[in-house]
Design a protein around this ligand. Structure first.
Ligand code: NDP
Length: 450
């Protein structure tokens, strides 16, 4: 057997690559990882973590406003963007350090450089040639912008985390996770926020009842949601930007954020040249064991153009390394993956949408409830919550749960365990609620709505 420098060479130290490296090294493999940008990848640096910190910040305005009805007098609050941004950045730098120790403590060699595959077992990194028995591509994804005249004036989520100044007026193009989360952040922090979506209703892929409900909630919070509109051109005008829209109107703002999806990041990797088949958008084509068309080259995480979710990438990393170095031969179960959108209020979801479930389960029972959360009976804030359980009548299995409401992400995580464990509606009914919570609604839904 040829003597390679490493058993596994990982390109990309994001959620997927770091987990794969650590598990492989823990199983005795000689592992190296190359990272040209930042340890921890998108999630830690320009994704989940800083986003959630901004989401926390954006809630305070409502908390200050509601405080009065609960007896508190709060003097006029003011917001300092640079303090939030810099405190966030300090925390990210701390996490970068933790990722470095996680890797070095696991005896993984780190190359802080771009790695390029030059042969099926050979890479060029930091001016050196290194060889590896297996190569793992875990290079993630990168924001994609449509070809609109003037699109160079728009920023992406990457830059949104480091804005020199906080904008007074923001336009966001897109209607997916990032657009909706940033609409909540910008609006909550005090910017006049407009979200421009090309279709009839944003958040395609989510349950349609939930999408309609959250549209109402987001509008209530003051975000100008405009659907069925596209941007024809962006022009710079005296320090601000003018957007010409397809409905003939114009929108003047200080910042344009483009959140129109992320594509696999495979630039200058050399993998196509050694025979790795790619999808049209650059995503690495892999089988269920994450093996590409070159047998010793694997890919996981955003770069395979699957779920684009950190916890999925982490599971893929664990699965791959256990298969390669732990003597296992298993595939990941992609059913019932829970997810949350940290808009205001949150969306939490697990399992198929009502429309998808109707196709899968001919006899579907839909339980649904909308209500004013207890807190807002005194705050008098116009904010409502929605919960939905989908039950297959034949088996009584709860197949999906969808929610809009405060902490929906926290609540749906627990419900996802129950669904994964195969809980029936009878089990939900037999579960005692915790009172008074919003979550208890999930165990007290008695009469089907449909
Ligand atoms: P999404 O794929 O979620 O949404 C992209 C949005 O942009 C869609 O509304 C899409 O419209 C629209 N769009 C696409 N192309 C164009 C175009 N040419 N012109 C106008 N609109 C366009 O991508 P995001 O960028 O929001 O997020 C990327 C991924 O990151 C997500 O899919 C998610 O997996 C992950 N993520 C997860 C988060 C979480 O777990 N909380 C948070 C943030 C991101 P249409 O629907 O019509 O195609």
């Amino acid at each position: 057997m040829p003597d390679y420098d490493y058993d596994l060479f990982v390109i990309g130290a994001g959620s997927a690559g770091v987990r794969a490296s650590r598990i492989a090294a823990g199983l005795g493999a000689r592992v190296a990882v190359a990272e040209e940008r930042y340890l921890g990848g998108t999630c830690v640096n320009v994704g989940c973590i800083p986003k959630k910190l901004f989401v926390y910040a954006s809630h305070f305005e409502e908390e200050f406003a509601d405080a009065e009805r609960f007896g508190w007098d709060v003097s006029r609050p003011s917001f300092d963007w640079s303090r939030l941004r810099d405190n966030k950045t300090a925390e990210i730098q701390r996490l970068n350090g933790i990722y470095e120790s996680l890797l070095t403590d696991a005896d993984v060699d780190i190359y802080s450089a771009h790695a390029r595959v030059v042969d099926v077992h050979e890479l060029e990194v930091d001016g050196k040639r290194v060889s590896a028995d297996n190569i793992l591509v875990a290079t993630g994804s990168w924001p994609e912008a449509p070809e609109i005249p003037g699109i160079e004036h728009a920023i992406t989520s990457n830059e949104a985390f480091y804005l020199p100044e906080f904008p007074r007026r923001v336009a966001i193009i897109g209607g997916g996770y990032i657009a909706v989360e940033f609409a909540g952040i910008f609006s909550g922090l005090g910017a006049e926020t407009t979200l421009l979506y090309r279709g009839a209703l944003f958040l395609r892929g989510f349950d349609s009842g939930i999408r309609e409900f959250i549209a109402g909630e987001i509008r209530n919070k003051g975000v100008d949601l405009r659907f069925q509109v596209t941007v024809n051109r962006i022009e710079k005008t005296n320090g601000s930007y003018r957007l010409d829209l397809s409905d003939g109107t114009q929108c003047d703002v200080d910042l344009v954020l483009c959140a129109t999806g992320r594509t696999p990041h495979v630039e200058a990797l050399g993998i196509a040249e050694v025979g790795v088949d790619l999808k049209d958008n650059g995503g690495v084509l892999v089988d269920e064991f994450y093996q590409s068309s070159v047998p010793n080259i694997y890919a996981i995480g955003d770069v395979i153009d699957g779920f684009q979710l950190t916890p999925v990438a982490i599971h893929e990393g664990m699965r791959l390394s256990k298969n390669l170095f732990g003597g296992e031969h298993a595939v990941l179960d992609y059913d019932a993956i829970p997810t949350a959108i940290f808009c205001q209020p949150n969306i939490g979801t697990v399992g198929p949408t009502e429309d998808e479930a109707r196709e899968r389960y001919p006899k579907l029972r839909v339980y649904e409830s909308t209500f004013r959360p207890l807190k807002h009976t005194v705050s008098l804030r116009e904010e409502r919550a929605m919960m939905k359980l989908l039950v297959d009548e034949e088996s009584d299995l709860v197949v999906a749960a969808h929610m809009v409401g405060a902490e929906a992400g926290e609540i749906i995580q627990g419900i996802a365990v129950a669904i994964k464990a195969g809980a029936t509606k009878a089990v939900f009914d037999a579960t005692v609620g915790i009172h008074p919570t919003s979550a208890e609604e999930f165990v007290t839904l008695r009469e089907p709505a449909r």
